[in-house]
Design a protein around this ligand. Structure first.
Ligand code: SF4
Length: 337
């Protein structure tokens, strides 16, 4: 197990398999910037499934236990069940998960389950068809996502995580609709504080709804019991409904930063390592992967990258945002949330 400058172990690897998405969520990939003529990576710039699997094997040998597949929208990459099968076969992988916008789950869920995928996380910010359409950049239908979640449940996925990013004045009025819809289903709804990811979403602190306010809104109707926080490296503060109707979670990167236990490294679709969601630069693995270098050298590069890591953007957010050296951050769609 390797540790960084803040004694955080490398435990989770988030693998972005594609830089494209069929949605245009304004806080991640605003349609104005990422229009139909926008130049995304060419397919041969993506790491191949064999290159991803080789990297994952080396990361697991260095202590990684959990792999999460992300994008853009990972189910846009063809034959994802092939990659899932390859990663599931790596000895030492304890957890294999995928984050999706859910619009293609109905088609993919059974194949992903059969291939060995263990867990699913679906992004769903509103049940209101009009708000959902607006929040997907006029690209998605909420019915498709709800049907996808149903199909994933039927395919055997339990405790599906449902991630809802809450923005003041956009979807904060519909928090209780989501709560009522997912309570008692066995799936776990998590509210995420709106974050200044990337450089395109014109983030303002005043548009953040702190988790404590969301908890207060829910508790006025359904009393909650605290179950645990982010001490184990998880991003989620866990609660359960006192009436036994399941769990609910809160990811509070703005009001209650969890950098102290952050054990995640991100690998972008074109093979760069990023040590933070708000990183300003990445370390390239692809040129080495494609120049016949050894696994030992790749392991050395990963070890050095992690051991010198000292990222804690969310803890320093207000300071960093004011600093004149404020450099552009990597875009979230490039490395997965
Ligand atoms: S801001 Fe960076 S260091 Fe902090 S929790 Fe997020 S990814 Fe980890």
């Amino acid at each position: 197990m390797i540790q960084d400058q803040l004694s955080r172990p490398l435990h989770d690897l988030r693998i972005s398999v594609i830089d494209r998405c069929n949605f245009r969520c304004p806080y991640c990939m605003p349609g104005e910037q990422f229009h139909h003529a926008y130049q995304f990576l060419d397919k041969d710039q993506w790491l191949s499934f064999d290159e991803i699997t080789r990297c994952a094997r080396i990361f697991v040998a260095l202590g990684v236990k959990k792999l999460r597949l992300t994008g853009g929208e990972p189910l846009l990459r063809p034959d994802m069940d092939v990659l899932v099968r390859q990663l599931a076969a790596i000895e030492g992988v304890e957890d294999l998960a995928l984050t999706t916008n859910g619009s293609m789950l109905t088609q993919w869920a059974p194949r992903l389950k059969q291939a060995g995928l263990k867990r699913l996380t679906v992004s769903l910010d509103s049940l209101d068809p009009a708000v959902f359409k607006q929040l997907s950049g006029d690209r998605g239908k909420v019915e498709d996502v709800l049907a996808g979640i149903k199909a994933a449940g039927a395919a055997g996925f339990k405790r599906i995580k449902i991630n809802a990013v809450v923005q003041r004045g956009v979807n904060d009025h519909a928090i209780m609709d989501l709560v009522r819809y997912f309570r008692g289903t066995g799936h776990v709804l998590r509210f995420i504080e709106y974050m200044d990811v990337g450089n395109q979403n014109h983030w303002k602190y005043k548009n953040v709804v702190p988790s404590r306010d969301i908890i207060r809104t829910i508790e006025a109707v359904y009393p909650l019991e605290y179950m645990g926080g982010t001490e184990g490296g998880d991003t989620n503060e866990r609660y359960r409904f006192k009436d036994g109707q399941g769990e609910i979670g809160f990811i509070s990167s703005v009001s209650h930063a969890f950098c102290g236990t952050c054990n995640r490294l991100r690998l972008s679709a074109e093979g760069k390592m990023y040590t933070c969601l708000f990183a300003t630069h990445g370390t390239d693995l692809k040129e080495h992967l494609r120049s016949g270098t050894t696994d030992d050298f790749l392991a050395h590069l990963i070890r050095v990258t992690w051991m010198k890591r000292e990222d804690r953007y969310s803890e320093l957010r207000s300071q960093l945002r004011q600093s004149p050296q404020h450099l552009p951050k990597v875009e979230m769609y490039h490395i997965g949330g």
